[in-house]
Write a protein that binds this ligand. Structure first.
Ligand code: ADP
Ligand code: 5GP
Length: 202
């Protein structure tokens, strides 16, 4: 059976990664991995939906058991991708999207070179500032911390397979959906069995 494709969506905080990924899931039904984090839940978030919220101790225990595909400390909290659930979906032929930070995305690229990385850019720094503030989920200190990392993150964009500027949301989602279709149409991916089936029929 053809293995699923691992898509990694990344970029600075407030660029619109979460919004774009949720819309992609709504449109296509693609699986979105739910990460584990030590960050406290926001008012709008539910346990197991946006994240699995755990203590630092529980997170460290998962690290020691090698339970993460990748993990990183981001803006003062730990975030990690549970390895088992992602592997199960890929093994059964389903595609998976990870919405993770830049450090995590580059770790996944190094350990799974066949994964597909997509960087989400805001249309401008001014618009990024506006969006992260308007989201209304962060304290002033957290907004400063997040914006302070932005330029460092954006400098890594050349290491990604694709980049989408999230100006109009619909267009950004169209582009991400097009990347998913294009990667599933690559001649090199999972075609051996299909090619062999033609030989068997001859
Ligand atoms: P991230 O996951 O990258 O931190 P979010 O998806 O939470 O970013 O988006 C940050 C804020 O910007 C949210 O309030 C969201 O509704 C808004 N937003 C996302 N994409 C757009 C867009 N294309 N145009 C205007 N606002 C957007
Ligand atoms: P937030 O606190 O805004 O939900 O997320 C902060 C940052 O952590 C975002 O860039 C988000 O993509 C990233 N993130 C979420 N889950 C993971 C994960 O499992 N691993 C890594 N490395 N980053 C993550």
């Amino acid at each position: 059976m053809k293995r699923g494709i691992l898509f990694v969506v990344s970029g600075p905080s407030g660029a619109g990664k979460g919004t774009i990924c949720k819309e992609l899931v709504r449109r296509t039904g693609i699986a979105l991995s739910v990460s584990m984090t030590t960050r406290p839940p926001r008012r709008s978030e539910a346990e197991g939906r946006e994240y699995i919220f755990v203590s630092r101790e529980a997170f460290m225990e998962k690290i020691s058991r090698n339970a993460f595909l990748e993990y990183a400390e981001v803006y003062g909290n730990y975030y990690g991708t549970p390895a088992e659930s992602v592997r199960d979906i890929l093994d059964s032929g389903g595609d998976v999207v990870l919405e993770i930070d830049v450090q995590g995305a580059l770790k996944v690229k190094a350990s799974c070179p066949e994964s597909v990385s997509v960087f989400i850019l805001p249309p401008s720094m001014g618009e990024l500032r506006k969006r992260i503030t308007a989201r209304g989920t962060e304290s002033d200190a957290s907004i400063s911390l997040r914006l302070g990392e932005t330029l460092k993150e954006i400098r890594r964009v050349g290491e990604y397979d694709y980049c989408i500027v999230n100006d109009r949301l619909d267009e950004a989602v169209d582009r991400l959906a097009a990347i998913v279709v294009a990667e599933n149409s690559r001649a090199g991916r999972g075609l051996r069995e299909l090619v062999e089936s033609y030989m068997e029929e001859m």
